[in-house]
Write a protein that binds this ligand. Structure first.
Ligand SMILES: [Zn+2]
Ligand SMILES: [Zn+2]
Ligand SMILES: [Zn+2]
Length: 148
């Protein structure tokens, strides 16, 4: 009888310990990956709600920060001209001669690719800068626009 109760105890304790350590691991990973950036100014926040509650001086459409929905990258490309920057804040600090809507560079939210496709006409280019250099008859802005 002694042996049985020991076994029972053992079997209850182990899954409990495991689930606790998995929870800790998961919480740690969550904490590591949660940085949210404003796509207009590059400010970094720990939650989307804190990001969207603040006002943004660089947002041309409104007053609030807006979430950058792409992944964290080593290099960020402007979706209008293809210039690359090491951070969203340095990208959005400069003015962009090819941006038809505003004056600043805007981060491309897709992943890095070997070929970029125009989402309006389907033409393919090896870089965002070569894609955005030409004019596009099917695009409302008259420029090719990289698909995500
Ligand atoms: Zn902002
Ligand atoms: Zn640009
Ligand atoms: Zn096009």
């Amino acid at each position: 009888m002694k042996n049985v109760s020991y076994k029972t105890c053992f079997l209850t304790i182990i899954p409990l310990l495991l689930s606790v350590s998995f929870c800790k691991l998961y919480a740690q990973q969550e904490a590591n990956k949660t940085s949210y950036y404003c796509k207009w100014c590059g400010n970094k926040y720990s939650s989307v709600s804190s990001l969207t509650s603040g006002s943004c001086s660089k947002n041309p459409n409104g007053k609030k920060h807006e979430l950058y929905e792409g992944a964290e990258k080593k290099q960020y490309y402007c979706k209008w001209c293809g210039n690359k920057y090491s951070s969203i804040s340095s990208l959005t600090a400069g003015s962009c001669s090819r941006n038809p809507n505003g004056k600043r560079h805007e981060p491309y939210e897709g992943s890095e690719k070997s070929q970029y496709t125009c989402k309006y006409c389907g033409n393919k280019y090896s870089s965002i800068s070569s894609l955005t250099a030409g004019s596009c008859s099917k695009s409302p802005t008259k420029r090719h626009h990289p698909a995500l």
